[in-house]
Design a binder for this molecule. Structure first.
Ligand SMILES: *Cc1c(COP(=O)(O)O)cnc(C)c1O
Length: 386
């Protein structure tokens, strides 16, 4: 079946006893055993819970994975994945990284003897040079956020395999509707399901998808042992969001491309970073390895003084952090999402005080352009008057 149909039908045939079209919320942590040595398949809800199981199966199916694990947040999912590693292990990681992942690696995992090197993950030669005797995995974000750098997943996964490393892909921005890294050779996919999968800025969740029996078993052990699992209510909300993923992603893509093209032509804007634009360095790879574009992109203003008044004059678009919801949000990465990344690294990748990130929602494109256009005009007037 096509992915649109599978998404719309998540959980709808999983409760034959009542025929419930929406899979119920099983708010129970304990389950009766019929008799000694027997189990219904559910014993204690950290290990396995009915509502979460339906979500996990659906998620694994969408990504062509052997196992799916729902976590209490994207960071909980990353923590669970990183627990595969230990003292002396080393990871090769995308340069323009989600701030929370960088913080987890540098401020927490480093205390357990796990180190990371940050590099442009398209540069195989540079990655070769960074390898140590302890290197165990490559972690890729593609596209990265906020600069929308694209990595060739197939190429990196093949290289990693030849070295005996795992390939982990953070697929938050494209979702399995648009990109399926396991089909391109990756071993593990992680999602902040808080973003597009949930889609409504109302549920915090993470997903891990694994390929291969051994890795799936190991991840199941870590998921249960660490216990950063998703509760039944949030599992339900996430499934409800995922049912409309296809429709939402199509509108997010349409709106974000229109918005990016409009900004590209605006005289107050210096650069627009959107992989759908033909001048973007990752344009061709993105077109090959995914079936569409995400709803977020970034742009750099010519004058840093315009940023504050633009954010102040917005009426429809919210100045907020996060991304992937139906409502449009504008973020200032240097002081919000990426504040924990040292200025030196931020500057190197281009997260400076003129960069804004736009998570384009599903509103009417004309309203979004009118709102941002008016805010830019008001900002330009203010700095001219100053
Ligand atoms: C938001 C985000 C995370 C962290 O997920 P939470 O659900 O906020 O814990 C990880 N990776 C990426 C790319 C994200 O956007």
């Amino acid at each position: 079946m096509n992915i649109e149909s599978r998404l719309a039908q998540i959980g709808s045939q999983e409760d034959p006893r009542t025929g419930a079209v929406n899979y119920p919320i099983y708010q129970s942590t304990a389950f009766r055993h019929p008799r000694l040595g027997q189990s219904t398949g559910f014993d204690y809800s950290r290990t396995k819970s009915p509502t979460r199981s339906v979500l996990e199966q659906a998620a694994a199916d969408l990504e062509n994975a052997d196992g799916g694990f729902a976590c209490s947040s994207g960071m909980a999912a990353l923590t669970t994945i990183f627990a595969l590693f230990g003292q002396g292990d080393h990871l090769i990681v995308s340069l323009d990284l989600y701030g929370g992942t960088y913080r987890l690696l540098e401020q927490i995992l480093s205390r357990y003897g796990i180190t990371a090197s940050y590099v442009d993950t398209n540069d195989i030669e540079a990655m070769e040079e960074l390898c140590t005797a302890g290197t165990k995995a490559v972690l890729i974000e593609t596209p990265t956020n906020p600069l929308m750098m694209i990595t060739d997943i197939e190429k990196v996964a093949a290289w990693a395999k030849s070295k005996g490393f795992l390939t982990i892909v953070d697929n938050t921005l494209l979702t399995p509707f648009l990109q399926r890294p396991l089909d391109l050779g990756a071993d593990i996919v992680i999602h902040s399901a808080t973003k597009y999968l949930g889609g409504h800025n109302d549920v915090l969740a993470g997903l891990i998808m694994t390929k291969g029996e051994e890795l799936t078993k190991k991840m199941g052990f870590l998921h249960n042992s660490l216990g950063a699992v998703l509760g039944p209510q949030d599992s339900y909300l996430l499934m409800r969001g995922m049912k409309t993923l296809a429709l939402r992603m199509e509108r997010h893509e349409y709106n974000s491309v229109k918005m990016a093209e409009w900004l590209k032509a605006h005289p107050a804007v210096e650069e627009v970073y959107h992989p759908a634009l033909p001048h973007h360095p990752g344009h061709e790879i993105q077109k090959r390895q995914s079936s569409g574009n995400t709803g977020i992109f970034s742009f750099r203003m010519k004058d840093a003084r315009t940023v504050e008044p633009i954010l102040r004059h917005l009426k429809l678009i919210a100045f907020a952090e996060s991304l992937g919801g139906v409502e449009s949000l504008l973020t200032y990465p240097a002081i919000q999402t990426h504040a924990d990344i040292p200025e030196e690294i931020r500057k190197k990748v281009g997260v400076d005080d003129r960069l804004l990130r736009f998570s384009v929602g599903i509103e009417h494109i004309e309203d979004l352009i009118a709102d941002l256009g008016a805010a830019i005009d008001a900002a330009l007037q203010e700095i001219e008057g100053a």
